[in-house]
Design a protein around this ligand. Structure first.
Ligand SMILES: [Zn+2]
Length: 130
């Protein structure tokens, strides 16, 4: 999955910081069980409650794109396809979409030619980090 840059603000101390990673990783970060702020305090709870996302960049293009195994690619820019599937696509910003009917989110990988390969953001996985 392609990385985006998220500019965030800690609402406890006002410190701004950048998070670089895929949209999925960013959500994992927001759901982590504790948070060490660059402003110097530690919190024993998820940052979701007090870290605010100010901006989200578009994903970096991938030089040699190939399909990522395990991702469900859907061409959501094809209006005929979305109509057949009764999808209600809504733009969340920076190229990220949500289907209002199923609440599934769609992110994309951009290849060197500028083509956007949309895929369904996987349901939250349990990630074990070292
Ligand atoms: Zn802080």
């Amino acid at each position: 999955m392609s990385n985006r840059v998220f500019l965030c603000c800690c609402q406890k101390c006002g410190r701004q910081f950048e998070f670089t990673g895929s949209y999925e990783h960013f959500n994992d970060f927001l759901d982590s069980e504790n948070f060490a702020c660059q402003g110097g305090h530690r919190e024993g709870r998820s940052p979701r409650g007090f870290v605010k996302t100010i901006t989200m960049s578009e994903p970096y293009p991938v030089t040699e794109w190939k399909a990522t195994e395990g991702l469900n690619y859907v061409d959501i820019l094809d209006s005929q396809l979305t109509r057949i599937r009764s999808m209600q696509m809504d733009h969340l910003g920076a190229g990220l979409y949500i289907d209002r009917r199923t609440l599934k989110k769609y992110d994309y990988e951009e290849d060197a030619k500028g083509y956007r390969h949309y895929f369904e953001v996987p349901k939250r996985r349990v990630t074990v980090e070292a």
